[in-house]
Design a protein. Sequence first.
Length: 251
Amino acid sequence: MWDNPRLLNLAANLLIGLAALLFAYAGLQMLLRSPLFPLKEIVVRGELKNADAAEIESAVDGAGGNFFAVDLAVLRARLEQVAWVRRVDLRRVWPDRMELRLEEHVAFARWAQAAGEPQSRGLVNTFGEPFSAPIADAVAAKLPLFAGPAGSEGEIARRYRRFAELLAPLGENPDRVVLSARYAWQLRLSGGLSLELGRDAAEPVEQRLERFVAVYPESLGRLPQRAPADHRFVDLRYPNGFALRVAGWKG
């Protein structure tokens, strides 16, 4: 080996590379522990209406210290556990500042699992994502209720918007949208009317709803108005019409 210049050069290069790595590691450790680069300021940005300031302060507590040593991934994970916080963007600002931009969930609907599913309650945001957070009863009461199998929150939110668009000519909004375990759709409108839309097939459920809205003024709209407690129920699962049932009515 000692008579082989090629092997000697290779061994020397390996030793030099190893030494460089050790020096780099030692330098990094000194940099992370150095008191010369203290983190002096943490700035929180974003329009926050519901997130608790004390919880945010607790989450960032301990993030001070060295400018280079703050673990952004750990800090982000802690902040995302704060109620109402949806997303966190972090960045270091030289020489001694950290900026946090927080995005809150915006509550779009209340959430409940469909019948037959493990019970779970919470909220759905405007992106169709489920989340849990404290909310005043008076505020929650103004939100529509979504119910469906786990993981269907986004689809229900998307379809809710389409249902609301189709019902607008009647001056109605869905205040309850249910997707059953068999993926059949049911609506309850703000005026108390319940609609059974059934499952998507060759004819999408939106097409059934659109047909019902078109004939409503000349059909159901001509019936005498009754109290919401009468619980009118309309079954739209017919190809050329619909069935009406009203509690207390006969014939």
